[in-house]
Write a protein that binds this ligand. Structure first.
Ligand code: ZN
Ligand code: FE
Length: 253
């Protein structure tokens, strides 16, 4: 069983997601917006939580950690660089470190931009990206610069099309509306909008997505595309400028 075969996508709060999966004797959850829906999902599967993986310090990703630890005794993993503002960590992680959950391992990459010290967990077939690379978008730049986020997201160039991107919020529909304003003729974008509409209408999450889908429809992975450069008025400029202009346009959208 791989991580993706056992993956649970757990809606929390208004529009957050936590993820849970099982590997060998271990059960992990990624981010804890609130404990109750996660405990309910674990109970339904009869899974005992062993590990909590945190992507970044924002309250809507960590608020339920203390409660979940009290009820399960799970150990907590998070970024060493963020340790001063995360709940108490049992294991502080640095970029390049490996986390082993059962028979699966993730490599830690730094994806600063939304916050400084934000990390992503890169398993073979799935990446837990929090508020860095998101479905059809990327996190707002609260702490980092556009250059930093562009560099963070460029690391995904090395990963396979089939990789699942498990991000932290249900923002996909509004992200896609923005993407369409820049690339109104992109056929993959038009079909993704229809797919997400029907998923949401049926009450299903629009995440995780695949990296292939993000490559074809996420403007924050498309700074090299001429249409996007034209739409942001950065035709003769480096991709970093296109990325920054895209992020500014999204903030004002
Ligand atoms: Zn956040
Ligand atoms: Fe968030």
């Amino acid at each position: 069983m791989t991580v993706r075969d056992t993956l649970l996508t757990i809606p929390c709060l208004q529009d957050n997601y936590a993820y849970a999966f099982r590997s060998g004797e271990n059960v992990a959850v990624v981010d804890v917006p609130e404990a109750a829906p996660i405990l309910a999902a674990l109970k339904e599967k009869d899974w005992s939580l062993t590990d909590i993986l945190l992507t970044h310090h924002h309250w809507d990703h960590v608020d339920g950690v203390a409660d979940l630890v009290a009820q399960t005794g799970a150990r907590v993993w998070g970024a060493a660089a963020d340790a001063h503002r995360l709940p108490p960590l049992d294991h502080a992680l640095s970029p390049g470190d490996e986390v082993t959950i059962g028979t699966d391992s993730a490599r830690i990459i730094d994806v600063s931009g939304h916050t400084i010290g934000h990390i992503a967990y890169i398993f073979d077939s799935i990446a837990f990206t929090g508020d860095s690379l998101m479905a059809a978008g990327c996190g707002r730049l609260f702490e980092g610069t556009p250059e930093q986020m562009h560099t963070s997201l460029a690391q995904f160039d090395a990963f396979p099309d089939e990789m699942l991107i498990a991000s932290g919020h249900e923002y996909t529909a509004s992200n896609l509306r923005f993407a369409l304003s820049l690339e109104p003729d992109n056929p993959r974008l038009i079909s993704r909008i229809a797919e997400v509409e029907s998923l949401r209408a049926a009450g299903h999450p629009s995440v995780p997505s695949t990296l292939a889908t993000e490559r074809h429809t996420n403007p924050f992975l498309r700074a090299h595309v001429p249409t996007l450069k034209d739409a942001t008025g950065t035709a003769d400029q480096p991709d970093t400028e296109t990325f920054a202009a895209t992020r500014r346009a999204k903030d004002a959208f």
